[in-house]
Each structure stands twice: as C-alpha cells, then as structure tokens.
Design a protein around this ligand. Sequence first.
Ligand SMILES: [Fe+2]
Ligand SMILES: [Fe+2]
Length: 369
Amino acid sequence: MAAREEGNDYQRLTKKDCSTLCSHVVSHRRLEAMDDNIQSVHIISDTLKRKILEREKQTDMNTGISDKGSNMGFTAAVENSDEETVEIDTPLSRDQTKETGSKIIEVETENDKDLRNYDEACDRVKDFYREQHEKQTVAYNLMARVTFKTKVRARLTIWDALIKLNELIDESDPDTEMSQIDHSLQTAEAIRRNGKPRWMQLTGLIHDLGKLLYFFDAQGQWDVVGDTFPVGCRFDHRIIYPNTFEANPDSDHPVYSTEFGIYSKGCGLDNVMLSWGHDEYMYHIAKRQSKLPLEALAMIRYHSFYPWHKEGAYYDLMNENDKKMLKAVQEFNPYDLYSKMDELCDVEKLAPYYKELIDEYFPSKVIDF
Ligand SMILES: [Fe+2]
Ligand SMILES: [Fe+2]
C-alpha cells in the first residue's frame, strides 16, 4: 500500500498491491450488489407508498371527494398484476417530459418480481445495517475525517477515476450487467434529457464516485454505502432498522443520545457530522476542488440521507439554507433511483461531452482523491 500512501495512482501499484486489489475487486462486486439491494428497498418502499396513496385517492374519488393531489409531477407508471397504475411524482412535469423527449420511467412489479428480490435482499440488507449501525460512532467518524484530511490516496482526472472504478469491477465479472460508469452515465443522461443544467448533469455523473473509497481506507461495506444519518445526536426512529442502533455505544452516551446531542436546534446541516461513506467523501473532494454550486454539493453529500430527504427526520437541525438544499436533493433523488432501469449508455460516444463538462467544473483537471 506504500504507493497509495505516497499519493500515487494505480499505475504505480506493486504486484502485492495488485493482488490486494484483486481481492478488493471481488469484494467490490459484493459492495455493488449490496448498494443495489439497498436502493431496491427504497424503490419498493416508494412503490408501496404510492400504491397506498393512489388507493386513498381512488377511494376519495369514489366517494365524491375532489382530487386535490393532481398530477403536478413527472409520472412513473407502476403496474401490478391487477393492472392498477400508480403515479410517482417527481420534480419533472409531464409537459416537460414530452418537450425534452424524455421517456417515462417504468417501475414494473408484475408477477411480484421485485417483491421477491426484496425478500431475498432483506436479510443481507438487515445484516448490513446491523453492522453499519453498530460501528458508525462519533469516534469512528472523527477518525475517518482525520484520515481523509491527512493524506492523498490517488491523483486522477475525474474521467479516469470513473474508468478505473469501472475497470476494476469489470475484471471481477466480465458479464456484469451494471457497472459503476453505467449508473453514473445513466443518471447524468436522465438529467440531461430532462433539460436540467450542466452542473446537475455533472453531479449525476460523479455522485457515486466516492465509492473509490472502498479501495483506500474503508473498513468494509458499512463505511462506504448505505443510508446515512447524523452521529453525535439521538438516532431517529425514521432511519431504516432503527432497533439495530442498540448495539451502537453512542446510543447510551450521555450527550450523543440526547435529541440534539453535540448540535443545537437550527445549527444547519453543514455543522452536523453525517455517517462516513461515499457521499461524504465525494462531497469533500468536490467542495475543495470544483466550481460546482451549493445545490450540487448538497446532492452529492445528502443523496443517501434518506431519513432526511425522504422521511422528514432531523428537520430541527436545518437552517434556512438547508431548506433550499432539501429541495435540490429531492429533485435529484429520482434520477439516482430510477435511471438504473434505462438502457445502457455508449461510453465512448458520450466521453467527449462529459470530459468537456468535467473540465468546466474541475479546472485543475487532476484531482486529489
Ligand atoms: Fe450513492
Ligand atoms: Fe447512485
């Protein structure tokens, strides 16, 4: 690992490093599978919530109550075996979708296919969160930040970093259907198709690039992927599997276990320490080395902060600026969650466009990771 400690990139890795990386590659496949499982939980959860809402709307209509909900947003058609359709509102309007030629994203649950996947994923996801919720402590998070700030792990362009991450995954399984660059480009392309600004397209491209962390300082999957949450104050019951925090030593801490803990009401999320992972890691890299706007940085930093942007937890910690950021993160989320169902992108064809976009916002070109 000496090469990495000296801040060199993969090209200078020794044979020993390469063999270590090979084992990391296999583990990384598991990491990606885990991340997919976690995302599928959110998709299923979304789907079920929308179904319940739709049923309530239908009941209201049947009983003569006007439908106040209205189709304000972009619609994802969700069909079940009874051919019911449930609309998923996203920040995009239906008209906008037509204008930009974007397709409607479909989440199909016929034959309960996705529900079966959810069942299969459930134990793995539960085990993952049991470990994550036990180990994401204030002490660990302070250490992770000190480690992050005191060394450079690699120096790469953003594009090369995406390719490297992609190559490593491909080596482990040439038949893999979805690699990191596929998801990155699909997210970026979905944003672009809907006529969103260039900075947001780039945000889609790099939002998961922090998974490079797995090859550097990570102790497992639990400090790279998964939903994030604040440490240093009481763990909210709206975090997934809240009971698993019982094993976290901070749960009994006299300060960390209180409502605001080491923070104060309205202190602003900038002052809150979120559990360490790919979101937080990439946020710090982008904040230091890019010209991306605050909304982009928030999308990167909070895209896995589901207890906040999806469940409405921790609002008391927000300041006025965070309210704007919340809207931005909520606008970004559907692109991250649902673009995986899009067709795969042609990497070679898209490379010139995205390389130019990267250079626009990362002027130093070679980035310290
Ligand atoms: Fe992510
Ligand atoms: Fe993602």
